[in-house]
Design a protein around this ligand. Structure first.
Ligand SMILES: Cc1ncc(COP(=O)(O)O)c(C=O)c1O
Length: 422
């Protein structure tokens, strides 16, 4: 559930008409509902309450400071994947004891920064990385905690680009390598191997792949004969973009928690999309309407694949809604609909937000809302075609807050230099 809804044929975010925010801040823009973000976080927290897990929001989904601060203030930790994300997490005052760090390619300097910050633990993805962490911890005379990210080789039933728990994926350690690491753990004197981590993919709409991965991992750790204190089940819970019927937080917890009965693990969760996906929309304006010789109707809008790459990258579906439902002269709601490809201004045929969308007949200047854009939306945006990144606004009940300004043309060239005599 989210807090975007129609009132009198006008789309609202909480108590604010979306059109009003668009007029105030211009389009395109990202708009978040604070209430929805908090609701979704609390849903997971409540569902897993009996085991008091550490819920580390996976900030790669949305690293906007206002989003992070809303969650950290309510007790969330953060799942980070880079020095930049560590910087952001410190900026919103996330206690280091609630930060976990994954990524297959942590650099030496990033590891140093994380050790210096005193993060809770590293999710280690390879043997060379473990050696590096051990070396850097030794240099700082510290013992740092790690969990081994295991690759349980299970099918996640999601898009292959966001499947991460198959043996052919680059993520995690296979069971044999992990077993060897634990057997020779005395080689890593500055590392405390405290547990295991799995993350099998994203937008997984059923509990079965999680259950299979957890069961397999539990069976594996039972053969190790060592004490496991942390079990991190990762993120990946799917949401509704189209007609999916994903498990809710309670159903998910009901399937997962029994697997941990009689186990004395601290559970860690790393949800990203579940918390923010349906908490944000991309608001865009129709620039031109165009009809091709083949009879196709295009709604050319001011947002493009650089602003929201999911449709182009994963053929992802995002519902597209009119912000104001058009009315005919006389006030009756317009019934005429047209099938449009909603496309952006970028010089790529892959630049679309939605194809074959039946919408009320559109005209130049109309506003559209691309739903479910709160996760991997702004976070994956770029300056391609020298387009400044969008502003982000957050609605809290009946107030709109600009939480990141639109980039300027000057931002595009910041720091660039042209050598003399070129
Ligand atoms: C290690 C890890 N944890 C958590 C997540 C968050 O996934 P999701 O947004 O699907 O919950 C990801 C996403 O790629 C990830 O790589």
């Amino acid at each position: 559930m989210h807090r975007f809804h129609y009132r009198n044929d006008t789309l609202y975010a909480e108590d604010v008409p979306v059109g009003e925010a668009a007029r105030r801040f211009g389009t395109p823009l990202y708009l978040y509902s604070h209430g929805t973000i908090v609701d979704h976080y609390l849903k997971i927290k409540e569902a897993f309450r009996e085991v008091e897990p550490l819920i580390c929001f996976s900030m790669k989904a949305n690293s906007s400071s206002a989003v992070l601060a809303s969650l950290v203030k309510r007790g969330a930790g953060l799942d980070i994947v880079s020095g930049g994300e560590l910087y952001r997490s410190r900026r919103v005052k996330c206690p280091a004891s609630r930060i976990v760090y994954a990524s297959v390619g942590k650099r030496e300097d990033e590891i140093d920064e994380a050790i210096r910050a005193g993060i809770l633990l590293f999710n280690v993805e390879s043997e060379p990385e473990l050696r590096m962490i051990n070396r850097r911890a030794h240099a700082r005379r510290k013992k740092v905690m790690v969990t081994l990210r295991l690759n349980p080789d299970v099918e996640a039933h999601t898009h292959h680009y966001i499947t991460t728990g198959k043996s052919e994926n680059k993520f995690g350690l296979d069971f044999n390598t992990a077993r060897a690491i634990i057997r020779f753990s005395n080689r890593y004197k500055n590392v405390d191997i405290a547990g295991v981590h799995i993350h099998i993919g994203s937008q997984i709409t059923e509990a079965q792949p999680f259950v299979a991965a957890i069961r397999k991992t539990l069976r594996f750790i039972d053969t190790l004969g060592v004490v496991i204190r942390y079990f991190n089940i990762g993120g990946g819970m799917g949401i509704v973009y189209d007609k999916e019927r994903p498990q809710g937080a309670n159903e998910f917890a009901a399937k997962v928690l029994p697997l941990f009965e009689d186990r004395d693990f601290k559970l860690i969760l790393e949800p990203g999309r579940f918390i923010v996906g349906n908490s944000g929309i991309l608001v865009t304006r129709v620039v031109y309407i165009k009809k091709s010789a083949s009879g196709k109707h295009f709604a050319i809008v001011d947002a493009g694949m650089n602003d929201l790459i999911r449709p182009s990258l994963y053929s992802a579906y995002h519902e597209i809604l009119p912000v104001d439902c058009p009315r005919q002269a006389g006030g009756a709601r317009s019934r005429r609909t047209v099938k449009y490809d909603v496309v952006g201004p970028i010089c790529e045929s892959g630049d679309f937000l939605g194809k074959d969308r039946v919408l009320p007949e559109l005209k130049e200047g109309d506003l559209l809302a691309v739903m479910g854009a709160g996760a991997y939306g702004y976070a994956m945006s770029s300056n391609y075609n020298s387009r400044p990144r969008l502003p982000e606004v957050m609605v809290i009940k009946n107030r709109v807050h600009l939480v990141r300004p639109r980039e300027t043309y000057a931002d595009l060239v910041r720091g660039e230099k042209v050598p003399k005599g070129i």
